[in-house]
Design a protein around this ligand. Sequence first.
Ligand code: PMP
Length: 332
Amino acid sequence: MEQLEKNLTTIHIGNTPVRKCSTLSALFNTNIFIKEEFHNPGMSAKDRPALYMVQDAIANNKIQPGGTFVEASSGNTGLGITLIAKSLGYRSKIFVSKSCSDEKIDALQSAGAEIEICENSNGLHDFNSTQFRAQSYAATNDNAYFTNQYYNTQNIRAHYKSTGPELWEQTQGKITHFIAGIGTGGTISGVGRFLKAQNKHIKIWGVEPRGSVLRHFLKSGSMPDCLQPFEPIEGIGRNFIPGSLDVEVIDDIFQVESDDAKQAARRYAAETGILIGFSSAAIVACLSKYMEAMRIGRHDHVVLFFPDHGSRYISKLYAAEGQAIHYPQHIL
Ligand code: PMP
């Protein structure tokens, strides 16, 4: 364990800044703060669960020295696992779906991950999914461990132990609303659980693409009768219920169109010069649409969770096939 900690001293995960965003605060007439997770070494929030899952596996002998960490990922968790595993002398094998951005695949490859591209990420019961393939790879190869972020308790724990307390301290307990996209559910569940324990009045709002099943599950406790295909927003939205989702701490989940998120990203870049990630843009688009339903007042302290950076999505979001970009006014 001591050696493990020594080898990790060069990787600084967490303690990312929270900054007030003057553009969005003026636009929405309230106090909007952004938790900037792209300051992590893998440039995303997913370094946090990656660290907890790797440490837990090593400490509890789920993997032996030199083994292979296996994960199904939209890219960010995979990169976090790869850089942490590498620093400790382990290998990584990452299963990504074909909707993963080119930039993320390039980053994974550059960091030394072995990658396999799968048809979808529809969960453990679909033969062509990243999760199924990751699980079967780990089951059929010696000394390979599937971290399984969708069902690993360390995912929520990482955010409960690090992100939640950071936010409480950084806002000096003034936070009134926390808004985050939902993929595995680890972020919103861990942060939500921590913040509600400090002050049960803090609103915890989730964001997902239209057609994803999590809102339906939150409202009814069941899956919808029929699944709809939906336009993906990388990192968020599911057609199964992840084990890492704790709906008890979520006040509501709002849905946005993928196109509205794209427009929000471009508008934000045009106005500020800052490139935000796809799921971060979904939060901004969601605010434009549901400000009233989110019950945000002028004196509130609203924290938006931006898990990664727009540089991961240049080809998908910002380089617009040589077409002019139009900004409908309702987006920002
Ligand atoms: N946005 C991005 C870009 C992500 O990679 C993820 C992780 N899948 C999320 C949002 C959602 O985070 P979580 O898995 O903690 O729900």
